[in-house]
Design a protein around this ligand. Structure first.
Ligand SMILES: C[S@@+](CC[C@H](N)C(=O)[O-])C[C@H]1O[C@@H](n2cnc3c(N)ncnc32)[C@H](O)[C@@H]1O
Length: 318
């Protein structure tokens, strides 16, 4: 089987998330084609793993790639926040959790679901195919101002209003069905200097649609706190993000976990217990080296942040 995706910040993940004791459990909350998990299981022969992915198609690829590890790995098909929400307290607590957010190169190049604006594929973008609204449902049905807000909020696109207006005008003649048709519409709606910028003018709108279709930003805070809850004492959670919207959520959450008091400033005395719940192992986010970016350009925006859990207790709000 041809592996399409190159794992990002792999050496850094192996360093920060190396297990310290035998028979540790590693949970990969975003398994993809299984690159990170493959490296962990190969490097640490006593390690066991659980691999989670919302996308069944890519998970089949990971199953094939990881079959050499036999029963050292189990698979779960679904969203990782839902996995952690139902993770039994009777089960072994994970010592290491890795979340490598977003989508895999497989999705852009082979999924046939319109993630790439260069493709003539159906405009779908769902990771969990057949469930919920597709990207085409959104662009063909949202009101112009709803669409503009979505493109602005999730894509940080400064021409969101022009793009939304143009989409709504064009869909009156025929609804959008392919990624290329939408990309062409966006291209023609923006000023000419923007068309020839560093990135394709449809990049941010496509990011916004993918985030909305898969509820990526609303899942993330829940995923982080459920993962922290499941983690063993002294366990570590590492998260790789690819854009500022998700990185901000992870950065603020980890900062709050490591602070001694998280009471609102207007509270006269501390009511939260005043103890840090985690130690920040990456004071600054870890970025890929120049060499990694040269060899794998999609890694350029990757940022890794890692915390270590230092308290237990169900009374703690994660
Ligand atoms: C960046 S890729 C992971 C690549 C993987 N680390 C590797 O090295 O091959 C992210 C994967 O996680 C899945 N995914 C993204 N968010 C998810 C979530 N909240 N729950 C479950 N799967 C998710 C996507 O379907 C995709 O396959």
């Amino acid at each position: 089987m041809e592996i399409i995706h190159t794992s990002v910040l792999l050496q850094e993940c192996l360093l920060y998330l190396a297990p310290e004791k035998p028979s540790s459990l590693f949970i990969d909350g975003t398994l993809g084609e299984g690159g990170h998990t493959h490296a962990f299981l190969s490097r640490f022969p006593d390690l066991k793993a659980i691999g989670i992915d919302a996308d069944n198609e890519i998970q089949q690829r990971a199953r094939e790639r990881l079959q050499e590890f036999g029963n050292r790995i189990e698979f779960y098909h679904g969203w990782s926040d839902e996995f952690f929400a139902s993770y039994s307290t009777e089960k072994q607590k994970p010592d290491r959790i890795l979340i490598d957010l977003g989508i895999s190169l497989f999705h852009y190049e082979k999924s046939g679901r319109g993630f790439s604006f260069r493709s003539d594929e159906p405009l779908d973008m769902r990771l969990e195919s057949d469930s919920g609204e597709s990207a085409a449902d959104i662009v063909n049905s949202y009101k112009e101002d709803e669409l503009a807000n979505l493109i602005f909020l999730f894509g940080e696109e400064r021409y969101s209003r022009r793009i939304a207006r143009s989409i709504c005008q064009m869909r009156n003649s025929a609804p959008f069905s392919t990624a290329r048709a939408l990309a062409d519409c966006i291209y023609s709606s923006v000023p000419s200097d923007y068309r020839h910028g560093r990135i394709h003018p449809a990049t941010r709108t496509f990011q916004a649609l993918r985030i909305a279709v898969n509820s990526e930003l609303s899942r993330l805070p829940r995923l982080l706190s459920l993962a922290m809850n499941a983690l063993a004492l002294d366990g570590r959670l590492g998260v790789i993000t690819f854009h500022s919207l998700e990185d901000r959520i992870v950065k603020n959450y980890f900062r709050d976990l490591s602070k001694s008091c998280i009471c609102p400033p207007e509270m006269p005395i501390c009511k939260c217990g005043g103890k840090p719940r985690a130690e920040l192992l990456t004071k600054k986010a870890v970025s890929p080296t120049e060499e990694e970016v040269r060899n794998n350009s999609p890694s350029r925006s990757a940022r890794l942040r890692v915390v270590k859990k230092i308290v237990v207790g169900d009374h703690i709000k994660w």
